[in-house]
Design a protein around this ligand. Sequence first.
Ligand code: SAH
Length: 234
Amino acid sequence: MFTRRFLGCLLLLTLAMPAQGGDYAAARKQMVARQLASRDIRDQQVLAAMGRVPRHEFVPFKMRGQAYGDHPLPIGQGQTISQPYIVAFMSQAVRVKPGDKVLEIGTGSGYQAAVLAAMGAKVYSVEIIPELAQRAGTLLKRLGYAVHIKVGDGNFGWPQEAPFDAILVTAAARHVPPKLVEQLKPGGRMVIPVGPGAWAEELVLVTKDSQGKVKKRSLMAVRFVPLVGGDQPK
Ligand code: SAH
């Protein structure tokens, strides 16, 4: 009798769990449709990846209800997880293909890295705040994303793993760090917010052609937390 009731409870619990996950799944589906596909996100790999990665896992527990909203959220240490649209836009702009070797500067919560991994990229991510790097590393591992994380100053890239097919810088620089341009493959793409500070930057696409010639093009106005360290002027 006890066993049957116990098993019954267990069954109820098991049935209830997908329903809870289902709430987030519905919010995520809505996010993809309303914030990404209905704007200018056309890359099916980006849409599919963002439809799968559980963004609520990457925000502070008490903010899970807002995880799929059309805005950034604080993640502690004065840092933020970017707005979903910005994550999608940057991933689309660098044209990530499965198997690409991709460098991210500014691991933060680990969400952008998870999206890139879900797109089939081999992801290397550098974070300057050890606590954030550690938290993101643990979470990504638990969720099954194989992302390589290093604590360090992203201004200098990850020379031991260079060159990269794509580089995404998720903090605002005063200028494009030359080491990152160096670590881009011929044919490679980089997106980086660049600006004079005061939270007014332009998202710049840096491309290196097969001859090694570098071109820069501004894509849109954005606001990011600052890229610190390195050769960035104070
Ligand atoms: N991509 C993150 C959001 C990043 S917020 C996400 O998906 O959640 C910007 C991050 O860049 C912060 O975590 C900040 O600590 C980090 N950062 C700032 N300057 C850095 C530098 N020089 N090298 C590496 N990381 C840096």
